[in-house]
Design a protein around this ligand. Structure first.
Ligand code: UDP
Length: 385
């Protein structure tokens, strides 16, 4: 008898898992997706008016250092090379991000060499902070007050809705500082964007005769799912437990779109770093597909706010209280059987696509091994307590 599995959610974690289970075990898989499309927040579709491929839930650039993950995604669809270049607006002037030699020269009105820039920045960093414990300390330690306030303080306050000193240092570690003119926003070896969007990739992952997808099918943890041998949940873990210990903190994003003729800002992403501007950034999606030609252009202003019941959770805040709350949910989840929790929302972490895919591949392997052995079924992927 084939096993019957239920996967809640069709983002990358659910789709990669379904793909692996369908390929490597004798099973039937139902996927319940509460939205009217697959792909979770990576969903892309063409805008009707302009024909431009739009990243519906904000920009997604695929980047990884792991060749096996790059090869895995490229085995399903075609990626186009794409280097993400971001500009930052501060006090009415445009700068290059991440902070690089051009940014430093323009900001301080100097003509630094790589070595002199490094020396200068070393002098600006607050060396009284030995081990930075939060976002603000991390920034002050490495780049000093002026750059921090110009590019990070306002943006971060708008983005996360709290003081940067309340946030973990790890958020800032995502962004490099460079002492050359390299303005690639990412540091990874492999980077690109799917030629026909991410939803095509998710569709290919799920294209298997053992997989049935049910759209507009919301999961409710009270309902009876006993007919399944195992359930994999990729939604928010606090929602699974009906928020019984309280709500985990998330920021959500809303978008204001406009269509123009030609090119609006000349770049795919312009960050607005000052607190006086209500949005965090403007993305112009035709620039995510420079291999295409479009007469019109569509732009999105992004606004960040606290997540209410009906909002889509985007960014896990992971404040101290959230981490404590998550641990309560995690401990409770670990007492359950026949259910696993996987992905960004179920494990409450700020993860990029390549992390999610890599972890889902590893988790699938663990789970498949447990099917053929006495091993306990994994409840969570391997992650720090
Ligand atoms: N950040 C900032 N200013 C910027 C860009 C980023 O302060 O111009 C901070 C902000 O706190 C943000 C974090 O760095 O949440 C990570 O930035 P990234 O661009 O990786 O965010 P994402 O694209 O995931 O929203």
């Amino acid at each position: 008898m084939p096993s019957r599995f239920l996967i809640i959610g069709s983002g990358f974690s659910g789709a990669v898992l379904a793909n692996q289970l369908a390929q490597y075990s004798d099973c039937h898989i139902d996927i319940w997706e509460e939205r009217n499309h697959i792909g979770g927040n990576c969903h892309t579709s063409r805008d009707e008016e302009t024909g431009i491929m739009v990243h519906r839930y904000g920009p997604h650039i695929f980047n990884t250092d792991k060749k096996e993950i790059w090869d895995f995604v490229n085995s399903f669809i075609e990626f186009h090379p794409y280097v993400h270049r971001v500009k930052a607006m501060h006090n009415g002037k445009v700068y290059s991000l991440p902070i690089n030699l051009l940014t430093l020269n323009e900001f301080f009105n100097k003509t630094f060499t790589p070595n002199s820039a490094k020396e200068y920045l070393d002098g600006l960093g607050d060396k009284n902070i030995i081990e930075p414990k939060n976002f603000e300390e991390q920034a002050l330690h490495f780049i000093g007050k002026e750059l921090y306030h110009a590019f990070f303080y306002g943006y971060t306050k708008k983005q996360w809705g709290c003081e940067p000193c309340e946030l973990p240092a790890s958020i800032l570690k995502r962004i490099p500082v460079r002492f050359n003119y390299d303005d690639n926003y990412h540091n990874n070896i492999f980077t690109g964007i799917p030629k026909e969007g991410y939803t095509q990739l998710i569709g290919k992952l799920l294209d298997h005769s053992s997989i049935d997808i049910y759209l507009n099918r919301k999961f409710n943890s009270c309902e009876n799912v006993n007919e399944y041998d195992h359930v994999f949940y990729t939604g928010p873990i606090d929602a699974y437990f009906n928020y019984e210990f309280g709500r985990l903190g998330y920021r959500t994003v809303t978008f204001e779109s406009s269509v123009y003729i030609g090119d609006y800002q000349g770049v795919s992403q312009m960050n607005y770093c000052d607190e006086t501007v209500p949005y965090t950034r403007i993305t112009e999606h035709k620039h995510f597909a420079p291999w295409e030609q479009h007469k019109k252009t569509i732009i999105f202003k992004e606004f960040s706010k606290e997540t209410n019941k009906e909002d889509i959770p985007y960014y896990p805040k992971r404040l101290k209280v959230d981490k404590e709350l998550f641990n309560l949910y995690r401990n409770k989840a670990e007492t359950l059987s026949k259910i696993s929790f996987l992905g960004r929302l179920a494990t409450y972490r700020y993860m990029d696509m390549h992390h999610v895919i890599g972890e889902s591949l590893e988790f699938s392997k663990l789970f498949l091994e447990s099917l053929n052995s006495e091993n306990l079924r994994p409840v969570f992927p391997n992650m720090e307590k």
